[in-house]
Write a protein that binds this ligand. Structure first.
Ligand SMILES: [Zn+2]
Length: 407
C-alpha cells in the first residue's frame, strides 16, 4: 500500500483501526491491518474526512492594508472593496488567494467553494487569478467557483454577460446578492435562469440584516420548488432568522427543509457586521443553524471573509469557526457540539453534493488527523489539525506542542 494510518480513531469510535491507502483511495479499514508500506502511527487520534469551506471569498481576501474600516458596517465594506477592486490584477488576486488557500490547507481543509465577483469594474481579472489558483493548488484542495454580482446585476449593465462568460469558462455555481438590486426578486429570477441554462447549483447571499418584515427566503423556496432545484440551492448569512422568535423560526426552517434549501452561517462576518446601530447590548446577529438542523434543514458553517473590511480577522481554521459558532449560539448539548463539527465536514459535503467523501473503502483519501479523541472535544478544545491528506498524499504536518517543564 502507499500509506497505512495505524491506530486511527475514526469519527470518534472507541475502537482503533488502521486505514490502508493505495492510488489515492482508501482500500482497507480494519484493526491490525496486515499490509506493508509507509506507516504513520496516529496514537488513537481522531481521523475524519477533510474540512470543507462552502463559502469563502479568495479574490478579496487580505486587502485590509488598502481599505478603510471605520464604521464596520456592510455599506462601508461594499464601498471600500469596490474601490480597492479597481486595482486588482490576476497576479494580485493570485498572490493574496494563495496566502489564504495555504492557511486553509494548513488547517485541514480539503474542499472549498469560493464566491467570486464579476462586474464591469473588475471584469474577469479576479476569475483569471482564481482559476490559476484552482489548478496550482489541486494537489491539496479541490476548489469550485461560484460567480456572483456583488455590485448588482439588473442595476449594473454588463454584469450579466460577465457571469455568463464565467459559467461558460468553468464556474460551476451561480450566486447572488439580491439586496444590491432595486428589484431583488428580479435578480433571484435571473440567477435561477442562469442555473437552469448551465445546469449549475445556486448559492446566494441572502437576507442579511435584522429587519424581519420581509424575507427573500420565502421567494427562493418558492422558486426552488417551482424549478425542481431542491438539494441544489444554498443561502448564506440569512441573519434575519436570528431576529425571529421560536415559532416563525421553526416555520421558516420547515419551509426550507421542504423546499430542499440549505443554509450556510458565517459566524465571524455576521458577528462583526451585525448590530452596528446598537450603542450597547448589540445583538449577535448569527442564525442558530443547529436549531434549523432539528427541523431537517442541512446547514454548514464557513469562513466567508479573511482580512478585509467585511471581516478583519481570519486564520481559515474551520475548527475555530465551529467553536466560535458554538459560543455565540449557546450550543451546549454534546450532540449539538458534534453537529458543529459535521457542519464543517459531512454536512458541507452534502451541501456541495460531493459524493466522493467520507471514511469508507473506495472513497478518495481526503483526510485530516486532529489532536482530539472525538468531534465534540475537537470543537470544544479548538484541537489542532496535525496532518492532512489529499488523494492519499500528505499535504501538511504540524507537530503537537510540547511542554518544557523543569527537570
Ligand atoms: Zn460571502
Amino acid at each position: 500500500m502507499d500509506l497505512i494510518l495505524r491506530n486511527a480513531r475514526i469519527d470518534g469510535s472507541t475502537d482503533l483501526r488502521d486505514i490502508g491507502i493505495a492510488e489515492g483511495r482508501i482500500v482497507a479499514i480494519e484493526a491490525g491491518l496486515a499490509a506493508e508500506g509507509e506507516t504513520l502511527d496516529l496514537g488513537g487520534r481522531l481521523v475524519t474526512p477533510g474540512f470543507i469551506e462552502t463559502h469563502i471569498h479568495l479574490d478579496k481576501s487580505c486587502i485590509l492594508d488598502r481599505c478603510r474600516s471605520e464604521k464596520g458596517d456592510l455599506e462601508e465594506a461594499i464601498e471600500q472593496v469596490a474601490l480597492a477592486k479597481k486595482a486588482f490584477t490576476p497576479d494580485d488576486v493570485y498572490a493574496r488567494g494563495a496566502r489564504t488557500l495555504t492557511k486553509a490547507i494548513l488547517n485541514g481543509t480539503t474542499h472549498m467553494r469560493t464566491h467570486l465577483e464579476v462586474d464591469p469594474g473588475i471584469g474577469l481579472r479576479g476569475f483569471e487569478g482564481v482559476k490559476r489558483l484552482v489548478e496550482d493548488f489541486r494537489w491539496a484542495i479541490d476548489v469550485e467557483i461560484c460567480v456572483f454580482p456583488q455590485e448588482g446585476l439588473l442595476n449594473n449593465p454588463g454584469t450579466d454577460e460577465l457571469m455568463v462568460a464565467a459559467l461558460k469558462n468553468g464556474a460551476r455555481v451561480v450566486g447572488a446578492a439580491p439586496y444590491t438590486d432595486t428589484n431583488p426578486h428580479g435578480q433571484i429570477d435571473r440567477v435561477f435562469e442562469m442555473a437552469k441554462e448551465f445546469d449549475a447549483d445556486i448559492d446566494m447571499h441572502l437576507d442579511f440584516g435584522a429587519d424581519t418584515s420581509n424575507l427573500d427566503l420565502d421567494y427562493v423556496c418558492r422558486l426552488t420548488e417551482r424549478e425542481r432545484w431542491g438539494g441544489r440551492v444554498a443561502i448564506g448569512h440569512v441573519t434575519k432568522l436570528s431576529a425571529l422568535g421560536t415559532k416563525p423560526l421553526s416555520e421558516a426552517a420547515k419551509r426550507m427543509a421542504n423546499a430542499g434549501v440549505a443554509l450556510t452561517v458565517l459566524p465571524s462576518t455576521d458577528l462583526y457586521l451585525m448590530g452596528r446601530n446598537a450603542e450597547h447590548s448589540a445583538p449577535r446577529g448569527v442564525t442558530a443553524a443547529h436549531r434549523l438542523l432539528h427541523h431537517g434543514v442541512n446547514c454548514s458553517l464557513s469562513t466567508n471573509n479573511v482580512l478585509n473590511p467585511f471581516t478583519p480577522f481570519g486564520d481559515c481554521s474551520l475548527i475555530r469557526m465551529a467553536n466560535l459558532y458554538a459560543n455565540i449560539c449557546h450550543v451546549g448539548a454534546k450532540a449539538d457540539i458534534e453537529e458543529c463539527y459535521r457542519m464543517v465536514t459531512s454536512r458541507s459535503a452534502a451541501l456541495m453534493r460531493i459524493d466522493d467523501y467520507g471514511i469508507a473503502v473506495g472513497k478518495s483519501a481526503d483526510l485530516v488527523v486532529v489532536d482530539a479523541p472525538d468531534r465534540a472535544a475537537a470543537v470544544a478544545e479548538l484541537a489542532a489539525p496535525l496532518y492532512g491528506f489529499k488523494r492519499g498524499r500528505r499535504t501538511f504536518t504540524r507537530a503537537p506542542a510540547t511542554l518544557n517543564a523543569p527537570v
